[in-house]
Design a protein around this ligand. Structure first.
Ligand code: SAM
Ligand code: SF4
Length: 384
């Protein structure tokens, strides 16, 4: 078993200690918390360990126009038939259920690549009409964003994350298997101009490909006021090529950046955010240049404070990225037509979340451990 810092995802506080979410110390038993059980008034999306999901990630499509090697195979995947995808109306209904009945407080639209969905702008406009103050963000690879950023902003999108792993054309081509870096750069610029701020840039580092570009990418983001977040590579690639020894760890990322910048932990509370944030300065300079985030899902997991509930493009609840159990809401949505069915859909969603595994889709954190089984779905088919 890998022991490197994995215990950090499990607070040492005893179960139920004030200020902890779950207090999932190693060996801790589930806290049934009868008052919070699904179905209890105000229970929301609570799980058996006492964590409450308020952050909804909804995948709009499994399709994508890139083939990032850490996510998709070169030949792509067998795409879902359109009839199997949630329709715009079903998406609006599910978000409504989440927000109005189940305590969802923020929404992220993702995929696959959400920009390939032709009715994206209409979906966002409808969500915004129904939920005027809900933070609605989008995670995109930025391809085609330049022509859509203003329409997305006008429809009511709050902000977006653009995934871009390098500023080098050759490395971009190697990582994504497509020559679209200039489109991504133009997309980020257009999103900035449209006011979709703060713009966050997501980057995954692969050994021997782009780890040497980390500090340069950070400098580029800081100059423009974008927040860069490095994501540790997780075992969610369709090729099942991930290895614990091959991935670049958060500790290595901090070292790579330290050659050019001084990083100091951001004093602001993390408050359930997956990224650990650092203030960034040049060595020997007091001037704060901005912040950088590191999402260390593998080596410094934050499962104990997880607030996410995920719905796939075909309407299945995944309580955890690494869960191998899915609960079908679409079948229920399509079985009935009256608003009275809302209670049944909400209850099934709650049941799915109640069963959320403790960490990394199993009973303990440890993505490289012998008992970890990679889910059949790759990241693009879950919704990152
Ligand atoms: N296509 C959009 C994009 O790339 O931003 C949205 C979906 S993508 C699955 C969401 C995020 O997951 C991206 O930032 C991507 O870099 C990240 N991602 C994909 N596969 C990953 C993996 N195996 N490990 C870590 N992050 C991954
Ligand atoms: Fe597509 Fe995003 Fe996966 Fe890359 S990470 S293949 S852009 S879904």
């Amino acid at each position: 078993m890998n022991t490197e810092r994995v215990s950090l995802g499990m607070p040492a506080a005893p179960p139920g200690a004030p200020g902890t979410v779950g207090g999932l110390a190693d060996g801790a038993a589930p806290r049934p918390g009868a008052a919070l059980r699904p179905g209890a008034p105000g229970s929301g999306l609570v799980d058996q360990f006492g964590r409450v999901a308020t952050d909804m990630r909804l995948s709009l499509t499994d399709k994508c126009n890139l083939r990032c090697s850490y996510c998709m195979p070169a030949e792509g995947l067998a795409w879902l038939a359109k009839a199997k995808l949630l329709t715009a109306a079903e998406i609006v209904r599910l978000v409504g259920l989440g927000v109005d009945r189940l305590g969802v407080r923020e929404l992220r639209l993702t995929g696959g690549e959400p920009l390939v969905r032709a009715d994206l702008v209409e979906i966002i406009a409808a969500l915004r009409r129904n939920h005027p103050s809900l933070p609605i963000s989008l995670t995109t690879n930025g391809v085609g964003l330049a022509g859509k950023a203003q329409a997305l902003a006008d429809a009511g999108l709050s902000r977006l994350n653009v995934s871009m792993d390098t500023l080098h054309h050759d490395a971009f081509l190697q990582l994504t298997r497509r020559p679209f870096l200039d489109q991504v750069l133009a997309g980020i610029e257009a999103a900035d101009a449209a006011g979709l701020r703060p713009i966050k840039v997501n980057a995954v580092l692969l050994r021997g490909v782009n780890e040497g570009h980390a500090a340069e990418l950070l400098g580029w983001c800081l100059e423009r006021g974008y927040e860069l977040r490095f994501i540790e590579q997780m075992p969610l690639d369709a090729d099942h090529g991930w290895t614990r020894d091959g991935m670049i760890t958060a500790a290595e990322i901090r070292e790579l950046l330290a050659a050019s910048f001084e990083l100091v932990p951001d004093p602001r509370a993390r408050d359930g955010a997956p990224a650990e944030r650092f203030e960034v300065r040049r060595h020997g300079s007091p001037t704060l240049l901005g912040t950088v985030g590191i999402i260390a899902s593998v080596t410094e997991p934050f499962c104990a404070d997880c607030r996410r509930t995920r719905i796939t493009a075909e309407g299945k609840v995944m309580s955890c990225l690494f869960s191998r159990t899915e609960v079908d809401l679409l079948a229920l949505l399509r079985a009935g037509s009256s608003p009275a069915d809302d209670a049944a859909v909400a209850e099934r969603w709650q049941d799915a979340m109640w069963a959320k595994p403790r960490a990394h889709g199993m009973g303990h954190p440890g993505l490289g451990d012998a008992d970890f089984v990679q889910p059949d779905r790759s990241m693009s088919a879950i919704g990152g």
